[in-house]
Design a protein around this ligand. Structure first.
Ligand SMILES: Cc1cc2nc3c(=O)[nH]c(=O)nc-3n(C[C@H](O)[C@H](O)[C@H](O)COP(=O)(O)OP(=O)(O)OC[C@H]3O[C@@H](n4cnc5c(N)ncnc54)[C@H](O)[C@@H]3O)c2cc1C
Length: 485
């Protein structure tokens, strides 16, 4: 009997554990370790952040779903991994710490034959002084944060109803932050809500970003086919912001936030301050912060993880200049560089390098977006990692027939504003592949036939449809596996 342990019940880990249990639960053991008792459909947090959905509409309890799936669920967080075991345990194991009221702080050792690290991002608010919902800015990175942001947003809307002017700033809260797409969607939704209330004359809306040009989105930007023309995402994004009455600050590395003041440095090395009444800024991301130890209990964390805590996998991590970056550097099976039975799926894997060109101010501050790993690739990666483990468990051979390099995979991004069947509009962008491949596509970096941008109501319907479809799948309702990632 084999034992597969998954760490993290987010988009990637939950996808992986669902497929593992479907294929293995009869004869093998499948374990999930995750601290939050809920699954959350993160993309819909945007709607929570503007009061159009409640937190109960974007989350559900994991325990009943795992009971149905035959998954042994431990509501705990992984603290360290011990891939070689130790004197008491011949097998590799994970040390976990329970987080429930009743068992808070209780430690347990969970052995495994195969381990999937899908612990996603640590929201590193501490990397920017004054950042985050416990300090001066809002976040939509969890449903609690989004609900808190909506509370703050209502205060600003109420002031505007009383004739008071308000400044809204949304974007990246760290010089190397990623996830621009989520922030971009949020600012469009704020603008939509203000417009709906006929309060635009009292609003100053600002987009602040570490991107060199707007529309970079951490993917180095893209050329997209739109209405028969090839348009850079810079133009696409700027025209959407203009249409919504939003001004922008680009090439900005936020360094510190105080009550009502955002301090940032730009790529020219200048220091500026932007006043705000309401700000939602995405923090820097790091890995979950697990340590790794060998059989002798020596710390081998740096052999297993990169400095920010993300896991080293089958990528080419050789440091090289931007001009030499290649699509081939990106991993395709997400197997640990050091241990064959460990994998990292979703945001937990360390990318070989960025997609956006690294930039530095004359003061030496690095200001550019780090690469995103959005929901679709995270789900697909979770699935193929599970499929390869299932194959290894069933046949005893590790063949890795399933591959999913972000340099070969497409992704869709829907930035929707408004809510309901008739009151919304969305910008839909598809890119293929996610990582530009200038060798294969020397003209546009990507397959221009599949790299498309459209604005309209249809995309908005798709976003709504995706909300219900993916929650149906995540709840493991009948035939869930027929719904693609
Ligand atoms: C507001 C917002 C909107 C977004 N919108 C979109 C969108 O429209 N389209 C899109 O494609 N992507 C979107 N994304 C990105 C998408 O949500 C992420 O790419 C995706 O969630 C990454 O999946 P993951 O499984 O790697 O991480 P997560 O989904 O974050 O899951 C990580 C899991 O690991 C758990 N965990 C953390 N530490 C530990 C530990 N020590 N031990 C065990 N478990 C641990 C966490 O509790 C969590 O359950 C959005 C993101 C945000 C924040």
């Amino acid at each position: 009997m084999a034992k597969v342990v998954v760490l993290g019940a987010g988009i990637s880990g939950h996808t992986a554990v669902s497929y593992l249990s479907k294929a293995l639960k009869k004869n093998h053991e499948v374990v999930m370790v995750s601290p939050n008792s809920n699954f959350q459909w993160l993309p819909s947090n945007i709607w929570v952040g503007v009061g159009l959905m409640t937190i109960d509409q974007v989350k559900f309890k994991l325990a009943p779903v795992y009971k149905k799936l035959g998954v042994d669920y431990k509501q705990a967080k992984a603290v360290s991994i011990h891939p070689e075991g130790n004197n008491e345990n011949a097998k590799g194991f994970v040390k976990i710490e329970y987080v429930t009221e009743e068992e808070k702080g209780k430690e347990e050792i969970v052995t495994y034959d195969y381990l999937i690290n899908a612990t996603g991002p640590k929201l590193n608010f501490d990397a920017t002084e004054g950042l985050g919902p416990h300090k001066f800015t809002q976040s939509v990175c969890t449903y609690d944060h989004a609900a808190h942001a909506w509370g703050k947003l209502q205060e600003s809307l109420a002031k505007m109803e009383n004739g008071e002017r308000q400044t809204f700033v949304v974007g990246t809260g760290h010089a190397l932050a990623t996830c621009q797409g989520a922030a971009f969607e949020y600012i469009l939704n704020i603008a939509f809500e203000i417009k709906k209330r006929n309060l635009m004359h009292l609003a100053d809306l600002w987009w602040i970003s570490n991107e060199y040009e707007l529309g970079d989105f951490g993917m180095g930007g893209a050329y997209i086919k739109r209405n028969g023309y090839i348009t850079p995402t810079k133009i696409f994004t700027e025209s959407i912001l203009k249409e919504y009455g939003i001004r922008w600050i680009k090439r900005a590395g936020v360094q510190k936030v105080e009550d009502g003041k955002i301090h940032y440095e730009n790529l020219r090395g200048e220091y500026h301050t932007r006043d705000f009444d309401f700000a939602m800024l995405i923090p820097g991301f790091a890995g979950a912060g697990m340590k790794a130890f060998n059989k002798q209990n020596e710390d081998i964390t740096s052999a297993v993880f990169v400095a920010n805590g993300m896991m080293k996998v089958d990528a080419d991590y050789t440091p090289k200049p931007y001009e030499e970056w290649s699509a081939k550097d990106w991993p395709s099976i997400y197997q640990s560089i050091k241990y064959d039975n460990i994998y990292a799926a979703g945001i937990a894997f360390a990318p070989p390098h960025g997609m956006s060109k690294p930039m530095q101010s004359p003061n030496g501050t690095k200001i550019f977006p780090t690469p995103p790993r959005t929901g679709m690739p995270s789900g697909v990666i979770g699935k193929i990692v599970a499929q390869n483990i299932i194959h290894a468990v069933k046949t005893g051979t590790m063949e890795h027939k399933h591959k999913a390099s972000m340099a070969h995979m497409g992704a869709a991004c829907i930035v929707s504003a408004g809510y309901g069947l008739f009151k919304g509009q969305a910008a839909v962008m598809t890119v293929n592949p996610i990582v530009p491949d200038w060798e294969k596509y020397p003209k546009w970096g990507r397959n221009i036939n599949d790299t498309v941008g459209v604005v309209g109501t249809a995309g908005h319907w798709m976003k709504l449809f995706m909300h219900y479809m993916f929650l149906y799948k995540a709840k493991a309702k009948p035939f869930w596996w027929l719904i693609p990632e």
